[in-house]
Design a protein around this ligand. Structure first.
Ligand SMILES: Cc1ncc(COP(=O)(O)O)c(C=O)c1O
Length: 211
């Protein structure tokens, strides 16, 4: 099997290219390999599609979900197609708390909210807005190496380590995160508004001015 994240989270918001993911799908098909996509960070609407593989016109054989799946309640899952699922029978894939009814109800409610409250559309629209605003900052500050993202899964790569920027933003009431040392990572809740994005941009601008 080949397993990958279509948009790498901890790896620094690296977005799989269209040809790359299509090529991997072809490689799996030609060699009878399973394609397993980890959608734990990039799934559930975050990238502006329910699952990020939908941007690529391919389908995985197996997919993993967790994090936002339960809207904050702990749950993780593996989803597969009938052909592969038929190899499993109840108990094969056991887990102490697996199949917990409360967690499953929370996941159903979270999925309903994502769909009914049009949070996927919000992720796409506000995400594009956020990326454009960050690119505006990139024009102003030459130490910003790149801005990349899909929907509300966005990274800004700096020429230096980002931990001081994270601390300074926190002091101003903005919680951001830094991964692989130099990539500021923005993964706000899917309900985030353009006004809230503006506040983040203003804060970053203030912090960057004093670098
Ligand atoms: C992309 C990705 N896959 C897997 C995991 C692990 O998920 P869990 O802690 O639900 O097992 C994480 C957690 O950070 C993750 O970001």
């Amino acid at each position: 099997a080949i397993m990958l994240e279509p948009v790498q989270g901890e790896g620094g918001i690296n977005i799989a290219g269209d040809d790359y993911l299509k090529g991997i799908r072809r490689l799996c098909d030609e060699n009878d390999l399973l394609l397993i996509l980890d959608e734990i960070q990039c799934g559930m609407g975050r990238t502006g599609k329910l699952f990020s593989y939908e941007h690529y016109g391919i389908e995985p054989d197996i997919m993993t979900l967790a994090k936002s799946l339960g809207g904050g309640f702990p749950i993780g899952c593996m989803i597969t197609k009938d052909r592969i699922a038929s190899y499993f029978s109840p108990g094969n894939h056991a887990s102490t708390f697996g199949g917990n009814p409360l967690a499953c109800s929370a996941a159903c409610a979270a999925l309903e909210a994502v769909l009914e409250e049009k949070l996927i559309e919000n992720a796409a629209q506000v995400g594009n807005y956020f990326i454009e605003k960050l690119k505006g900052l990139q024009k102003k500050y030459s130490f910003i190496k790149s801005v990349r993202g899909k929907g509300l899964m966005i990274g800004m790569e700096l020429e230096f380590e980002g931990k001081n920027i994270v601390t300074k933003c926190q002091e101003k009431g903005i919680l951001i995160n830094c991964t692989v040392d130099k990539v500021l990572r923005f993964i706000p809740p899917l309900i985030v508004t353009k006004d809230e994005v503006d506040r983040v941009i203003t804060t970053l601008d203030e912090v960057f001015k004093n670098v």
